[in-house]
Design a protein around this ligand. Structure first.
Ligand SMILES: Cc1cc2nc3c(=O)[nH]c(=O)nc-3n(C[C@H](O)[C@H](O)[C@H](O)COP(=O)(O)O)c2cc1C
Length: 210
């Protein structure tokens, strides 16, 4: 009987701690977000490519849109990459050898936006071919461009340098580099869980827009 009392007591303590913890996190994020929105130099678009809807890059893109009030602008390929990882590696390599791009569905013009976040999974050390096609079809001259990427452990590679080359007439801000979850976690729909949190993204946003 005494044992049951101890167990019930422990469960109640853990439940209260979780609720208080969530509330504290939520209020910290909300305060940071309100302060951030005031510092953004104009209307925001969050353009990104992610291989699947529960992908690592789309998870980060949604966090950025949530905390900046930005419009989510997904880049979607006309023909999807294959499901199997090995086959995607081969298809992406072929695209990169074949001019570096892959056909995408029309992305609306970004004339009305002042700040453009641009996100990609790192593929062979840089942005994925669908993002190369986006850069070919959209000039970001005069805008503030903020690159972000997710990778499988190799880091951002040449991504930041390549974004600068693709948008020579834009102001390019500091890149966010996030290690993504692995293929199995991603297929289970858990996205970025194991390496980074939404709070990391809020901290980065506040560092970029001081
Ligand atoms: C074709 C291909 C090439 C990749 N190349 C790299 C790489 O060069 N370096 C790295 O760290 N991860 C690499 N990865 C892993 C992805 O960058 C990583 O899983 C990313 O978080 C996936 O994002 P997504 O879920 O938004 O598609 C590659 C993945 C694929 C499919």
């Amino acid at each position: 009987m005494k044992m049951i009392g101890i167990v019930v007591g422990a469960v109640i303590v853990v439940a209260i701690a979780s609720v208080v913890g969530c509330k504290l996190f939520a209020s910290r994020s909300t305060e940071a977000t309100v302060a951030l929105t005031a510092k953004l130099p104009g209307k925001v678009a969050v353009v990104y490519y992610s291989q699947s809807k529960v992908g690592n890059t789309s998870t980060v893109a949604k966090w950025i849109a949530k905390h900046t009030g930005g419009e989510l602008v997904p880049i979607e390929t006309v023909e999807a990459y294959p499901d199997a990882y090995g086959d995607t590696l081969k298809a992406a390599k072929k695209d990169m050898e074949n001019g570096g791009t892959r056909a995408i569905k029309a992305v609306p013009p970004l004339d009305g936006y002042d700040v453009v976040f641009i996100g990609t999974p790192i593929w062979y050390g840089t942005y994925a071919p669908p993002v190369a096609e986006f850069f070919k079809t959209h000039s970001l001259a005069g805008k503030t461009v903020v690159p972000f990427c997710t990778h499988g452990g190799g880091g951002a590679g040449r991504y930041f340098v390549d974004v600068r080359k693709a948008c020579p007439a834009a102001t390019v801000k500091e890149c966010l580099t996030i290690r993504g979850s692995n293929q199995i976690e991603r297929r289970l729909g858990t996205g970025i869980t194991s390496h980074h949190t939404e709070d990391d993204v809020v901290k980065w946003l506040n560092a970029v827009f001081k």
